[in-house]
Structure formats: structure tokens, C-alpha cells
Design a protein around this ligand. Structure first.
Ligand code: C5P
Length: 241
């Protein structure tokens, strides 16, 4: 698969699990908004020529100003468009802003600011090599239980199963797609799906996994911000020496 690569970054979520304050993507990490880190992470990949940031509907001008004020490379294009009520809707609005000649689309959570360029490039390479849908993923440290809802609010949840841990993967982003495949998935699939690859699976597209990276974790809870600051400090120290 040849042709231009674009990245869509849904950044329209409120990030309530991080606690009160600014929307998650606008929180600072090492003094720079999380979203700016995520945009830089995509632009570092040589193949990525365009990044479409999907901002909260009432925050498009603010996000544009933020990106303009943070010294991003001018050799690549960055668009900002308004998002929707769900991640899925935000991604769909981002896809609508892509130029016609876009061949490959990466969809990357704004909430994964520290994904290394090697991971981004591995995803692009797998799509270039012919996979229609690619996800980076890592093995699980914890055993996972499937539960039923608790019979009463104060009762414990009954366990109904234990999937074999060795066959489970925790999926990260960027997820990479042939553009036509992702567009078709967004046209046909409705209902709640937590990632784009899940939509591709629903329409029968084969999805493959490439190795993810421990630093591509999603900043969701307050402790994740502490970890992200530590990773950044380690990188900055490594740059100095
Ligand atoms: O809520 P969660 O952490 O799964 O969100 C994943 C990504 O989707 C975040 O980058 C968030 O900003 C984005 N999102 C969005 N529009 C929404 C909800 C979430 O762009 N309505």
C-alpha cells in the first residue's frame, strides 16, 4: 500500500477520570499540554505528512492557538476540527477532514502522549506491507476475570470466567488502517465500540497486532500523570548525557 499517511487524533474527551480541571488533552505534562506531545509523536514519524486534531466543539480556536504557540514543525500540516459526543463520532469527523489522496490513516488517542516513534513506524510499515488494519499491543501483567453484574449494589460481583492470559493483549494506539477500510467501518458500524479496530473486526476485516510499547500507555487516572512525568524526565536526562 503506497500513498500519503495522515494521523487523526481524537482529543474531544473530557477525561473525567483524571479528576476535576481542564480537559485531559490540555493538561500539562513536563510543562507542555498532553495533546502537543501526542501531535509531536505522530509528526516524528517520517511518513506522516498531516495530523488532524479533533478538538472539543467549543474548543477549536483554543486548540488551534495552543498548537500554533508550541513550535511544531512547519513542514507538516496540522488541521483542527470540531469533535462529537463519542470517540467514534470524533474520529468520523476527523476522517471527513482528510484530503482525497490519503491512503493510510493512523488513529491516535491524544491521551497517549509518549508513544515512541518506533511504534508509530511499525504500525505504518505493517499497513504498507498489506495489512488492512493494524494495532500495537502488549501482553497483560494482570490476570483478567470476566464478571457478571452484582446481584445487589452492596454485593460482590460473581466471576464467570478467566480468559487464558497468554492469549490476551492490551491494545494501544496509533491504530493503522487502509483509509477505505476505516471509512467503510465508520459508515457501517453503529453502537458502542471502544476502538477503531473493533469496528473493522465487525465488518469482517482481518486485524493484526504489532508489538506496542510500555511508554504508549494511556493517561487516564491521576497516577498515570505521575508515571508520564517520570518517563519524560528519564528521556530528558538521557538526551543530556
Ligand atoms: O475516554 P477515553 O480515554 O477512552 O478516550 C480516548 C480518546 O478519545 C481521548 O483522546 C479522548 O480525547 C477522545 N475522545 C474524543 N471525543 C469524545 C470522547 C473521547 O475525541 N467524545
Amino acid at each position: 500500500m503506497r500513498g500519503p499517511v495522515a494521523a487523526v487524533i481524537p482529543a474531544a474527551g473530557r477525561g473525567v477520570r483524571l479528576g476535576p480541571g481542564a480537559p485531559k488533552a490540555l493538561r500539562a505534562l513536563g510543562g507542555v499540554p498532553i495533546l502537543v506531545h501526542a501531535v509531536r509523536a505522530m509528526l516524528r514519524a517520517r511518513a506522516v505528512a498531516l495530523v488532524v486534531v479533533v478538538a472539543p466543539a467549543d474548543g477549536v480556536a483554543e486548540v488551534r492557538a495552543l498548537l500554533d504557540g508550541n513550535g511544531l514543525p512547519e513542514s507538516k500540516e496540522i488541521k483542527v476540527v470540531a469533535g462529537g459526543d463519542t470517540r467514534q463520532e470524533s474520529v468520523r469527523l476527523g476522517l471527513a477532514a482528510l484530503p482525497d489522496d490519503t491512503a493510510i490513516v493512523l488513529v491516535h488517542d491524544a491521551a497517549r502522549p509518549l508513544v515512541p516513534v518506533e511504534t508509530v513506524e511499525a504500525v505504518v510499515a505493517a499497513v504498507r506491507d498489506g495489512a488492512p488494519a493494524v494495532v500495537p499491543a502488549v501482553p497483560l501483567a494482570d490476570t483478567v476475570k470476566e464478571v457478571d453484574p452484582a446481584p445487589r449494589p452492596d454485593a460482590p460481583e460473581p466471576v464467570v470466567g478467566t480468559p487464558e492470559r497468554g492469549r490476551l493483549r492490551a491494545v494501544q494506539t496509533p491504530q493503522g488502517f487502509r483509509r477505505d477500510v476505516l471509512a467503510e467501518a465508520h459508515e457501517k458500524v453503529t453502537g458502542a465500540v471502544t476502538d477503531c479496530a473493533g469496528m473493522a473486526e465487525r465488518i469482517g476485516v482481518p486485524v493484526v497486532v504489532v508489538p506496542g510499547h510500555e511508554e504508549a500507555f494511556k493517561v487516564t487516572r491521576p497516577l498515570d500523570l505521575v508515571l508520564a512525568e517520570a518517563v519524560l524526565a528519564r528521556r530528558r536526562a538521557a538526551d543530556v548525557f
